[in-house]
Ligand binder design. Structure first.
Ligand code: AMP
Length: 398
């Protein structure tokens, strides 16, 4: 994936306007931003473009207005919040296309910054409408895409603009693509994938892609129950998709053919109630009672994962190994995450984790800083793990 264009490839941008797609879909309460992580993530790109001499016009979506102007989904309150994070004034225009937006950008001082209104107020945005793309492209000279989290969508502001303007990856996008490429594009082997979470059904494509690419596929969480049940293990009243037995067996078969070892729990933590601090016991695979649920993998499983990590060069992780929101059923997730974090911090393992619950799990385990990269992009990260070409990334290769 090294073949995408970066900001440095744009050269001197003095007097030019950079149209920059960012992810400003931030959590808000009472008109105030409650978590500015996504705003902070855009700073480096904006500064790099200003340093190259460009004016910066920011494009973003907020919520799902579905092509209508919805005042409660205006980006107006984000401009002062971003200005504070950037340490530089950020003006706002209540349009993202047309004469009004053009005039607002022209009115900026050299290397000034402006946030344009929610791109999804236009019906053409989510349809990647060519007329809208052409009209929006007339606002700028170059297109910089910095929202990996939206790269799985072919919209005007993620893809269409690249048909009319030279397109470059912003700094956040660049970091994300470099990390993902290191983990699954051209990884150092052996590669371990850890996939957990509730259901196999939501991750079938992902499992199919991974067995063809990685050396070890660790399956945990509720998903592991489906694989164990397919192998004849009695899982009691555990979360389990019994109807996916054949799918699980087929994935097993594909893994064997591809030389990928599927690693399932070797011991289990079970309880009768799905609740924090429920009475529980740690048992072998053949000891689950009819009224018990498997809520976590046991310590022997974590030890096995540590051994696998010791022999691995690269690890990619999505999904918790158990019901990690409920103590003590977070133990396997936390144990394995800390093992990955320690090895990554010591430079022994490239470890990349991503997806909504996974970010929460890594934060809970206190290892988000130790891992090589943690992607906060949910859908885009999963589609990339599924091996799908992301339109917003393909657009940067032109
Ligand atoms: P996902 O969104 O598919 O990544 O699933 C994450 C959810 O799976 C978390 O809320 C976990 O609590 C849940 N989960 C993981 N393992 C189990 C399990 N053994 N039984 C029930 N829920 C689980």
């Amino acid at each position: 994936m090294a073949d995408f264009k970066r900001i440095e490839d744009a050269g001197d941008l003095t007097g030019k306007v950079a149209l920059v797609r960012v992810d400003f879909n931030v959590p808000m309460a009472d008109g105030k931003v409650t978590d500015d992580t996504r705003l902070v993530a855009a700073v480096e790109t904006v500064n790099a473009l200003r340093q190259a001499g460009a004016k910066v016009a920011l494009l973003a979506h907020f919520g799902r207005p579905k092509g209508e102007v919805k005042p409660e989904m205006s980006l107006a309150p984000i401009a002062p919040a971003f200005a504070q994070v950037l340490g530089h004034p950020v003006s706002f225009c209540d349009e993202s296309v047309g004469e009004k937006a053009k005039a607002a950008i022209e009115g900026l001082e050299a290397t000034g910054v402006i946030l344009l209104e929610n791109t999804r107020f236009h019906k053409g945005e989510e349809k990647n409408d060519a007329d809208l793309a052409k009209a929006m492209s007339e606002l700028g000279d170059v297109f910089v895409s910095d929202a990996f989290s939206a790269a799985h969508r072919a919209h005007v502001s993620t893809v269409g603009l690249a048909d009319y303007l030279p397109a470059y990856a912003g700094k956040s996008m660049e970091r994300e693509l470099d990390a993902l490429n290191a983990a699954l594009g051209k990884p150092e082997r052996p590669v371990v994938a850890v996939v957990g979470g509730a259901k196999v059904s939501s991750k079938i494509d992902l499992l199919k892609n991974l067995v063809a690419k990685v050396d070890y596929l660790v399956i945990g969480g509720g998903m592991a129950n489906t694989f164990l049940a397919a192998q004849g293990v009695d899982v009691g009243k555990s979360l389990c998709e019994h109807d996916l037995k054949d799918t699980a067996l087929k994935i097993d078969e594909n893994a064997k053919a591809a030389g990928c070892e599927i690693v399932l729990p070797v011991d289990l933590v079970v309880a009768k109630d799905f609740a924090a601090n429920a009475a529980n016991r740690t048992i072998g695979l053949d000891e689950v009672e009819a009224d018990e649920m498997i809520l976590d993998a046991g310590p022997a499983t974590v030890t096995r994962l540590e051994t696998i990590m010791d022999g691995a060069k690269t690890l990619i992780w999505n999904g918790p190994l158990g019901a990690f929101e409920l103590t003590p059923f977070d133990a396997a997730t936390v144990g394995a995450a800390q093992a990955a974090g320690a090895r990554a911090k010591a430079g022994k393992l490239i470890a990349v984790a991503g997806g909504g619950d996974t970010v929460a799990a890594m934060n809970h385990a206190g290892v988000a800083e130790d891992l090589s990269f943690v992607s906060t992009a949910g859908g885009a990260f999963l589609e990339w793990m599924e091996g799908k070409a992301l339109p917003g990334v393909e657009a940067l290769k032109k």
